[in-house]
Write a protein that binds this ligand. Structure first.
Ligand SMILES: [Zn+2]
Length: 381
């Protein structure tokens, strides 16, 4: 049987705890029924609050029992509860917003809602289309906000499956539904069978804003949305970020996009130029290097890397310090042996291929120390 009633128990002020379970340092209080709405039921967030003064972190259904994860242990028996009403109001706001938005997509583009999920930051609605034009999203969003601004009364109608046939339900009832049915009727705009928390008037939903959309599961479009207080918070956060960016980049918000594009292009050009200069410098350096034995240099990483690539180390080994690590290259010796010896003697870490490797020291080494290792490893005088 599918339960579509919002049970009286959600408005009670006590709960009967049948047993307590302690597992991995966490406490679970079991009940056969509870004023706490469980997390995930009907896609909704669960209630929070206190049982006998102890915080409730999480509520879930398990084999016909309601399990409350609580902050400490309590004794089985009847306890007073406090359900966080601010959170329940937020849940009702997001949930009512979802009814309105789902109905709006149906109204403007004949798109059905497959499922919905409420998270701590936003809600998602999966729509039965593989692709959605941004114009359709805007149209549905605008209609949804006209509905909230119209301050329609939201009625709760308790009937049965027969009685429900007098209403134009957005989604037909499943055959599995028996007994009483609860309908949520938003004026002449939408009627849905639902067992969740709702508001009494669409005006209480406040702003409804779609914040993102993406293709999921191959053929559905997931809409991310916020309503009410969350929509205000979202707007405040994004407004503050945009204002900071516009101050940093000395540009109006409207011109930010162009400004950032220009900066990115400049940065790309400069990186390219720097790379070319490093390459030319490495070429000049390589022409004056000794081609025998240990060749030691210090400088910028890019120069070191280019030098390792283009230099003639047929009969020598390059050790280049870039102020943080050593770049080591040779066409004669397997430089991995050199790195292994450095690690063995001085700690640090490193690795690479036979012709090119990196060594990250714990501190900068003296030239004599490098020379000593060179002689030890390659047995040179
Ligand atoms: Zn609902």
């Amino acid at each position: 049987m599918i339960e579509l009633l919002i049970h009286k128990r959600y408005f009670e002020s006590t709960v009967e705890i049948t047993r307590i379970e302690e597992k991995d340092g966490k406490f679970y209080a079991y009940a056969n029924a509870s004023p706490f709405y469980p997390d995930g039921k009907g896609g909704q967030l669960g209630d929070r609050g206190k049982i006998a003064g102890v915080d409730v972190f999480h509520v879930f259904e398990k084999d016909n029992e309601i399990v409350h994860q609580i902050a400490g242990t309590i004794t089985p028996g009847i306890h007073e509860v406090i359900v966080d009403q601010k959170r329940r109001k937020d849940i009702a706001q997001q949930h009512t917003g979802q009814h309105i938005l789902s109905a709006a997509f149906l109204e403007v583009a004949d798109i059905e809602t497959v499922s919905f999920h409420m998270g701590e930051e936003y809600s998602t609605i999966d729509l039965d289309v593989p692709f959605l034009e941004s114009e359709v999203i805007s149209e549905a969003e605008e209609l949804a906000n006209r509905v909230t601004q119209s301050c329609y009364t939201i009625e709760e109608i308790i009937t049965d499956i027969e009685g429900s046939k007098n209403y134009n339900l957005r989604k037909p009832l499943s055959d599995k539904v028996t007994g009483e049915v609860r309908l949520i009727k938003i004026d002449n705009f939408d009627v849905s069978a639902c067992g969740g928390f709702h508001l009494n008037n669409t005006g209480e939903v406040g702003l409804i804003k779609v914040i993102d959309a993406e293709k999921v599961k191959g053929n559905l479009t997931r809409i991310y949305a916020v309503a009410g207080k969350r929509a205000l918070k979202y707007f405040q956060k994004y407004n503050s970020v945009l204002k900071k960016l516009s101050k940093m980049l000395t540009s109006s918000v409207g011109e930010l996009e162009l400004r950032v594009e220009k900066l990115l292009n400049q940065s790309r050009d400069q990186a390219l130029l720097l790379s070319k200069i490093s390459q030319e410098y490495a070429t000049v350096l390589s022409q004056n290097l000794s081609n025998k034995g240990l060749v030691y240099l210090e400088g910028y990483t890019e120069v070191g890397n280019f030098l390792a690539k283009i230099g003639n180390f047929e009969d020598s080994i390059l050790v280049f310090y870039d102020n943080s690590k050593y770049i080591i290259a040779s066409k004669k010796y397997d430089v991995r042996n050199f790195v292994s010896k450095l690690i063995e003697k001085f700690g640090g870490k490193g690795g690479g291929k036979s012709e090119f490797a990196n060594y990250q020291p714990t501190k900068k080494l003296k030239f004599e120390e490098l020379e000593e290792v060179y002689h030890e490893v390659y047995n040179r005088d």
